[in-house]
Design a protein around this ligand. Structure first.
Ligand code: PLP
Length: 424
């Protein structure tokens, strides 16, 4: 294995056989902070953001970090300080943005099931846009806004019916999905929105899926959205901003998604061609900003030879790293120290009492109990999906900035887990 092929390079690299993140030896971090441990590179996040910023140079564009990918306060702080807005999917996420130093006026609110109470909280805070996903939601939002003496800025999420060719659980822009309004109904929905007293139409948005590794679905979606904008504006409803969602993939295992600036070069050329190049643009990337900025360190507990398979039992599990169990997702698993000894093939599994609790299958590793492994590409949809299943405390998190390590989350204790419970 060469360091340059590691997802996360160049911020993650072997130096004389030892795996480093930025200037820090990961083995030393595991020793100091224990395992399982999430470690993030701040430089890797800013580097990923910079690719979008280069792509948008000279344009009116705003990046809203889709924070469900990783909503830890220290991670949000990185993006708030870098001038990003945030795409939220709950009132809880709004509270996190504010706690991390972000501004409500830089927040857009997505999601198919916003409650009245969440709408009130977001209106009170003064967010910049509600991305509305159904016609009933338009009615309820208008009602809530009128009752508060406010007007809610809205964009309608349209479902362009394009296939992003990704995992079915993470494609969202097909007809059979629960997300967005069918493009055939979009004009009607906009006319309805424009007629409601509590709403002001400000934009249009789409988000077609996640871990998308080619440009074509984006170009198809863009064309369909622009067709709709032409229809809606011809009906006398101006669309101020165009929001193309998130979804750009990352390298988990030799995946080759386009770079953000390359993708946007193509999309901007298309926007220019169609006369929309000077519009206010928005995007909502999540995974592509944080996925390869993080690793999860885990200690090998036991090596268990089996009749059909050998198991490498580690101290991280599906509650810490849910993606393999949920989506059969692939994460590279590498040793913190390279040696020349020969390897064996293992299923890398956690201690949780479920057969679905595997982190990697059929992996060639040279390991012994007590070694530490790094699960790569663990910055997105890992900690934010972590649970307490089996009464396991969620891991600690460290944000690395050059040679400095900041603990941004302490390991959760059993007392933390039981705090809100009581005997009857
Ligand atoms: C999850 C989500 C995103 C981010 O998707 P990524 O694949 O992480 O970039 C953006 N917009 C909406 C509406 C989402 O639900």
């Amino acid at each position: 294995m060469t360091s340059s092929s590691l997802p996360g390079a160049p911020f993650l690299a072997y130096r004389e056989q030892h795996l480093f993140i930025e200037e820090l030896n990961l083995q030393a971090l595991a020793k100091t902070h224990g395992t399982p441990l999430f470690v993030y590179s701040k430089a890797a996040m800013l580097h990923a953001l910079a690719a979008y910023q280069r792509g948008f140079a000279g344009r009116k564009a705003k990046v809203h970090y889709a924070m469900k990918a990783n909503s830890s306060l220290g991670v949000l702080q990185v993006f708030a300080q870098a001038g990003c807005g945030f795409d939220i999917v709950s009132a809880g996420e709004l509270a996190r943005v504010l706690a991390a130093g972000g501004r409500a006026s830089d927040v857009i609110f997505s999601g198919v099931g916003k409650t009245r109470s969440e709408m009130q909280t977001a209106l009170q805070a003064g967010i910049s846009c509600f991305n509305v996903e159904s016609e009933p939601e338009l009615d309820v939002l208008s009602e809530v806004a009128v009752a508060m003496g406010k007007v809610a800025p809205v964009s309608i999420r349209v479902n362009p019916n394009v296939d992003p060719k990704t995992h079915p659980y993470i494609s969202t822009g097909l007809k059979g999905n629960k997300f967005g309004i069918a493009h055939e109904r979009t004009l009607q929905a906009y006319q309805h929105a424009a007629s409601l007293p509590g709403l002001k139409v400000v934009g249009i948005d789409c988000h077609i899926g996640s871990q998308i590794t080619t440009s074509e679905p984006y170009i198809d979606a863009l064309d369909k959205v622009l067709d709709l904008v032409e229809q809606i504006e011809a009906a006398g409803i101006p669309i101020h901003h165009l929001d193309f969602g998130g979804g750009l993939g990352i390298d988990y295992n030799g995946d080759t998604p386009p770079a953000a600036d390359t993708l946007w070069k193509k999309l901007l050329a298309r926007l220019d061609e169609r006369g929309f190049g000077d519009r206010q643009l928005m995007i909502e990337p999540g995974r592509s900003l944080v996925g390869n900025a993080g690793v999860c360190l885990s200690e090998v507990q036991f090596i268990k030879p089996g009749e059909q398979k050998n198991f490498c039992i580690i101290d991280a599990a599906m509650n810490d790293l849910p993606r393999p169990a949920m989506y059969e997702a692939f994460h590279q698993i590498v040793p913190l120290t390279l040696t020349d000894a020969s390897s064996q093939v293992y299923d890398v599994v956690g201690p949780v009492c479920e057969s679905g609790d595997w982190i990697g299958r059929d992996r060639a590793l040279n390991v012994q109990s007590g070694d530490t492994l790094a699960v790569l590409s663990a910055g997105a949809y890992c900690m934010s999906m972590a649970s307490n299943y089996n009464t396991r405390g969620r891991p600690a998190e460290v944000l690395v900035d050059g040679a400095k390590a900041h603990v941004i989350r302490q390991r959760e204790t059993v007392a933390d887990q039981m705090r809100s419970e009581s005997l009857f």
